[in-house]
Design a protein around this ligand. Structure first.
Ligand code: HEM
Ligand code: NAG
Ligand code: NAG
Ligand code: NAG
Length: 515
């Protein structure tokens, strides 16, 4: 009897529960209908995956192209095939919009910045990067940006004396090969980790010195770190690709590498905190010494006592700054070493220095050099794609309807991806020959959001000037020291070397002839 009496209560609870869900769904539906109507949004008819639940077919295609090193190229062809600058897909359970409309990219990164976060990328980055600038959203990110920004002022990024010190080692290492074929990319990666670590820690990994002196081995702590950082970075990528499946992975190699990186950076953080404490003591005793040379890590130690915080921010900036500049140089040298007329023009421009080292001003005034750098970042953007995750219902100005000219509704929980690589090859912006490297096109180009190598909006790259100064300086110095650089690549065709960033997949094999 008692048992029977429970039924109505249970039914009522179940009824209320279901009604509640229906009510919620309905009100969400109505709200969304209103947004869609208000903005005149139309659905986008181009769907990449045919498997509607997990999008496994799209995943399979992407894995195929990853193996074939044609992810970027396949993406470009997909936009061509749909004859649309926006299409839909699904990453496991997450709906995704892919777009190469500058107006959409501007909306995501700037106009409606607050509607988006990094989404799932955070979990993948967290073990290595903690809560640093590269991996933080909202208040926390604003705080990091505020902390780091002063360190990128012009005086700091224009330290050509530091670049020249490492340049001498680079030249020595290159000349040791006596004109034999070498892979320039490997040298550029060494150069940038050496300069970036010196810039950040006031301690260089000195990997070029080790190369010159033949002391590059397992016993060297700096060499161990450089290697561990590469492994840890590859591990981030694996975490991103596996998504939630990563939890089920045995990953001793990755975790060990992360530990090595952290411990390596921590010793410099300890030094910096000690330095700050000594300085404070001197100040208290009224015996303050005059201002020393600027050191990135010291500036952070002046602003916070939080050792993990300093470690994380430095690791973040190292990740942002290490491979990127080396990749720019590598991609560019792949192109110019197969085009002697470009080298000739660079030599003419650099000849105005009469063999002197360039000043910062002189470097900034080299027009053809800038065209070469801009053109490399256009055709081979070092960060070739990126995405943001919608944290609330929002709208993109373009991408709706068969021709993609109507606004497109973006429900909360959607990933909006944009391919800088494909956008930079749009023939309507860059001309019918958009897929070839031709620096001269910059004579007339004044691009807006369709050219975005360093990102735009509040999260624009902090290291842009540092990177362009470094890459420009290295190029000028190589032009001064070598009268010829000849590509010795088997196919002569650039292929993608895609990790978190994109360099040349087959390296940059060249022969150099000293002047
Ligand atoms: C050619 C070289 C470089 C390119 C193409 C490049 C590109 C980018 C891009 C696309 C972003 C945005 C990433 C995102 O928000 O998802 C970014 C952010 C950033 N970059 Fe660079 N970068 C370069 C060099 C550097 C260097 C040398 C440094 C430091 C020394 C640096 C420091 C940063 C930092 C700190 C951020 C994070 C900014 C923020 O989230 O507020 N970058 N960079
Ligand atoms: C493999 O990649 C090349 C370009 O790198 C591309 O031309 C070719 O179509 C790709 N092959 C397949 C089967 O996707
Ligand atoms: C940076 O390191 C160099 C050499 O390792 C050292 O001589 C110099 O004092 C350091 N600079 C500062 C400001 O600590
Ligand atoms: C290179 O590109 C940037 C960004 O669009 C632009 O502001 C600059 O004028 C370009 N430089 C040259 C020399 O064309």
């Amino acid at each position: 009897m008692a048992k029977d009496q429970q039924h109505p209560v249970l039914y009522l609870a179940a009824f209320l529960f279901v009604s509640y869900i229906i009510y919620n769904r309905l009100s969400l539906y109505i709200t969304r209908r209103r947004i869609i109507k208000q903005h005149g949004c139309l659905p986008n008819p181009h769907q990449f995956n045919k498997d509607p639940i997990l999008g496994l077919d799209a995943l399979r295609i992407n894995i195929h192209h990853a193996k074939n090193r044609s992810i970027l190229d396949a993406q470009l062809r997909r936009y061509e095939q749909y004859k649309s600058n926006t299409f839909m897909s699904r990453m496991m359970t997450m709906p995704m919009i892919s777009t190469i409309e500058p107006e959409n990219v501007k909306t995501v990164l700037s106009l409606k910045f607050k509607d988006y976060s990094f989404g799932a990328r955070k979990q993948a980055f967290a073990p290595l990067l903690g809560n640093g600038i590269f991996n933080a959203d909202g208040e926390r990110w604003a705080n990091s940006r505020h902390l780091l920004r002063p360190n990128f002022a012009r005086e700091q990024v224009a330290d050509l004396v530091a670049f020249e010190r490492h340049m001498q080692l680079l030249l020595k290492a290159l000349k040791q090969k006596n004109g034999q074929v070498l892979d320039l990319q490997e040298y550029f990666f060494r150069f940038t980790i050496d300069t970036a670590t010196e810039f950040l820690f006031n301690h260089s990994t000195a990997s070029l010195r080790m190369m010159v002196e033949g002391t590059d081995n397992e016993k060297n702590e700096d060499a161990v770190f450089a290697k561990a950082f590469t492994v840890a970075q590859a591990d981030v990528l694996t975490r991103i690709r596996l998504g939630f499946l990563d939890k089920f992975r045995q990953n001793k190699e990755g975790n060990d590498a992360i530990k090595i990186c952290h411990e390596y950076v921590e010793q410099f953080v300890d030094d910096a905190i000690r330095w700050r404490e000594e300085k404070d003591a001197e100040k208290a005793a009224g015996a303050e010494k005059e201002e020393e040379r600027y050191v990135f890590i010291h500036e952070l130690a002046k602003q916070t006592n939080d050792k993990k915080r300093i470690r994380d921010e430095l690791t973040n900036v190292l990740l942002a700054g290490r491979d990127t500049t080396a990749s720019l140089l590598s991609n560019m040298f792949f192109e110019i070493s197969s085009k002697p007329e470009i080298w000739k023009k660079l030599r003419e421009e650099v000849a105005t220095l009469d063999g002197r080292l360039p000043t910062y001003e002189e470097l900034k005034n080299m027009k053809y050099l800038k065209w070469c750098l801009n053109e490399s970042l256009r055709i081979h953007p070092v960060v070739p794609g990126n995405s943001r995750y919608a944290i609330r219902d929002t709208v993109l100005p373009l991408g709706g309807g068969p021709d993609g000219k109507a606004p497109l509704f973006v429900p909360a929980g959607t990933l909006v991806g944009y391919s800088t690589y494909s956008m930079h090859r749009r023939t309507d912006y860059f001309g019918a020959d958009a897929d070839i490297y031709r620096p001269e096109r910059w004579e007339h180009l004044r691009p807006g959001w369709e050219y975005l190598p360093f990102n735009g909006g509040p999260r624009i790259c902090l290291g842009q000037q540092y990177a362009l100064t470094e890459a420009g300086y290295v190029t000028v110095r190589l032009v001064q020291e070598f009268k010829e650089v000849v590509l010795k690549d088997e196919t002569g065709v650039w292929v993608e070397g895609l990790t978190l960033t994109c360099c040349s997949g087959n390296g940059v094999k060249v022969a150099l002839t000293p002047v």
